[in-house]
Write a protein that binds this ligand. Structure first.
Ligand code: GLU
Length: 425
């Protein structure tokens, strides 16, 4: 079986950082596609990385300087596309890796975009709405020269939402003295947002679960699902799975996990969830996140943070299907172990394409000035994702490679070809 070659045996080395593991798989994918080392040199890092320092007037009158980034991986296919995250852990390497993942996602979903990602090192949980608004506007002023509806189109990501997109769109429109809804996606509906954008990420994961279940001969009716993480992706997903008749038997948040073999009451949990996705403090006798991952189930969805399934616990996973709703939850060595054990692993770069796909629809609608119904958006999303899933699954079977490597092969192919046609390489 052709798999990516992380350092085996040693579980600690297995936890490569996101940038180096992404580079490793891109290199492998390009080799399999027959490209030479020059192509890897072009694609191994973003073509451009802007660092900005944003002065913010705080509510108490003092000034604080925040650092922000915008990475643009490769614009050979079209304008750059990707979210902006506000988080204390944002750093340059992570933003670079995430911009490369956006390129892969755009390639996989066959969107006319290259990948980008932005971020600001900050903790929105400790900031007032006024401060958040001034920071969002300051970021747009700082990056205004490199973004725009045909250059680079930002979107929401971790701890950013439609309100922040609205402020950013307003700032950009004022700077250009031109109403510019197509500058950013993930906007509120009244400002040119798309129907279905909010649920799009969870919808994408759901479609992948359905497709994977078909391939593994599992019926979703009554299937046992475990979801690690109860943030936006995890909680919407729990609802969609519950509505589809599956039995969500375990969920977790940053504090711990809860489990009920007869199925959890998802509506009750959604009702009690706080704005940061915390629910377990409500319960006594909760289990740990580590224990949750190893429970008996049909489908396991890591929807929290990276490096959760590693060489150390991959042998103990009992799920038949793993669908990665988080970024990088499974290490490369764990991917190898799981694939060898016959577990179908749907990688993040495929399962995570729902959000950007509907962002693409939003951008198209903004450019047309004509808006689609929720049913239209859902049907087009399904059509795209089912096709991407099929292509990657078949490639993985035909070439005898794991789903991650197959997804990377599909993800880089268009970008590599476009770079060649443009004469960049
Ligand atoms: N931040 C999301 C992602 O990582 C969405 C990006 C977009 O909508 O452009 O896929």
């Amino acid at each position: 079986m052709g798999t990516t070659n992380a350092n085996s045996a040693d579980g600690r080395k297995d936890k490569l950082n996101l940038l180096s593991s992404t580079q490793l798989v891109i290199n492998e994918a390009l080799k399999k596609l027959g490209y030479n080392q020059d192509m890897y040199e072009l694609l191994k890092e973003p073509l451009s990385m802007l660092t900005v320092r944003i002065p913010l007037r705080r509510d108490d009158g003092s000034t604080k300087i925040y650092t922000g980034f915008r990475a643009q991986h490769n614009g050979a296919v079209g304008p750059i596309k990707g979210g902006v995250r506000f988080h204390p852990d944002v750093n340059e390497d992570e933003v670079k890796a995430l911009s490369m993942w956006m390129s892969l996602k755009c390639g996989i979903a066959d969107l006319p975009f290259g990948g980008g990602k932005g971020g600001i090192i900050c903790d929105p949980r400790t900031m007032s709405m006024g401060e958040l608004e001034r920071l969002s506007r300051g970021y747009v002023r700082a990056i205004s020269q490199i973004v725009g509806p045909t250059k680079d189109i930002p979107a929401p990501d971790v701890f950013t939402n439609s309100q922040i997109m609205a402020w950013m769109m307003d700032e950009y429109s004022r700077l250009r003295a031109n109403d510019s809804p197509g500058f950013i996606t993930g906007k509120p509906l009244v400002l040119g947002g798309s129907e279905g954008r909010e649920m799009a990420a969870a919808q994408g994961v759901t479609i992948c679960i359905e497709e994977a279940a078909k391939r593994q001969g599992i019926s979703l009716k009554g299937a046992r699902i475990i979801i690690q993480g109860f943030g936006n992706a995890g909680s919407f997903l729990a609802k969609l799975m519950d509505d589809a008749g599956a039995k969500v038997i375990g969920i977790s948040d940053a504090y711990g996990a809860i489990y009920d073999p007869d199925g959890l009451n998802i509506n009750y949990l959604l009702d009690r969830r706080d704005s940061f996705g915390m629910v377990t403090p409500l319960f006594e006798g909760t289990i740990t996140n580590e224990e949750l991952l190893e429970l008996e189930c049909e489908v396991l969805v890591p929807a929290a943070v990276s490096n959760q399934i590693t060489a150390e616990n991959a042998q103990n996973i009992k799920a038949k299907i793993i669908v990665e709703a988080a970024n990088g939850p499974t290490t490369l060595e764990a991917t190898r172990i799981l694939t060898e054990r016959g577990i179908l692993l749907v990688p993040d770069v495929l399962a995570g394409t729902g959000g950007v796909t509907v962002s693409y629809f939003e951008w198209v609608q903004n450019r047309q000035g004509y808006y689609w119904s929720e049913e239209d958006v859902a049907a087009r999303l399904r059509e795209k994702l089912v096709a991407s899933f099929r292509q990657i699954y078949n490639l993985s079977k035909n070439r005898n490679v794991d789903m991650r490597l197959a997804a990377y092969m599909v993800g880089v192919r268009k970008m590599a070809e476009a770079s060649k046609f443009r004469g960049w390489i």
